[in-house]
Design a protein around this ligand. Structure first.
Ligand code: SAM
Length: 213
């Protein structure tokens, strides 16, 4: 997702209390950012933030951090938050490749990947957010017992993600190729923007939940 460059978005981001600037300084100290020691869940590639926003409203006992690389997209997430004033959500404008510079060992309670960019060319496989390279980064920052959840409508990307598990510290606890047809897995399912769009268009949604081996 990349939106037209919106003038003033950099200023809005710079002045928003929801956006953590120079986040590396909080590595190991996210409790200081939130003012509590509640678990911190991270969505990598959050887009306009609908999923995280809904989770933060439903679970005030947890903290949520959204990572997004484009200012124009982050701006949309900020605008929505300013209407609701949630205290348990923060946003980072950054490349997810740098995630281990922002979270310390075991500092994330879990990771969400939703409708990640497919990067279809083989030479770009390492950029895919569920690649083995990224799974190793998540392994550094996810707490014991923490999970990685991934949803996508893109079957090729999902098949790739499942194959990558063999080169990782993770195994699938749950796996489905048609989430919306599974009544049990749909309990408590929070829809992302892309999920709403693609499921309404008839696409099947794949999902896995990973735990450490
Ligand atoms: N998660 C949202 C959803 O399900 O509706 C948005 C999905 S959108 C296809 C993927 C988002 O991830 C885009 O906004 C994109 O800019 C962001 N993204 C992709 N790769 C990223 C990376 N390496 N670091 C940070 N953000 C990334």
């Amino acid at each position: 997702m990349r939106l037209r460059n919106i003038s003033g978005s950099r200023d809005v981001i710079a002045n928003s209390p929801y956006v953590v600037k120079e986040a590396q300084q909080y590595r190991g100290n996210w409790a200081d950012v939130f003012g509590n020691t509640n678990p911190v869940y991270v969505e990598v590639g959050m887009g306009k933030g609908q999923f995280l926003h809904t989770l933060a409203s439903l679970h005030p006992e947890c903290n949520y951090v959204g990572i997004e690389k484009y200012s124009s997209v982050l701006l949309r997430a900020i605008q929505k938050l300013e209407a609701d004033e949630l205290s348990n959500i923060r946003l980072l404008r950054m490349e997810a490749e740098e995630i281990v510079s922002v979270f310390g060992k075991g500092e994330a309670a879990g990771i969400y990947l939703n409708f990640s960019d497919p990067w279809p060319k083989d030479r770009h496989a390492k950029r895919r957010l569920p690649s083995a390279e990224f799974l190793a980064r998540y392994d550094e920052i996810v707490a014991d017992g923490g999970k990685i959840e991934f949803k996508t409508d893109n079957r090729a990307l999902f098949d790739f993600a499942v194959e990558e598990l063999a080169r990782s510290a993770w195994k699938a606890e749950v796996i489905t190729y048609d989430l919306h047809a599974d009544e049990k897995l749909m309990q408590g399912n929070v829809m992302t923007e892309y999920e709403e769009k693609f499921s309404a268009a008839g696409s099947r949604i794949c999902k896995y939940v990973l735990v450490r081996r």
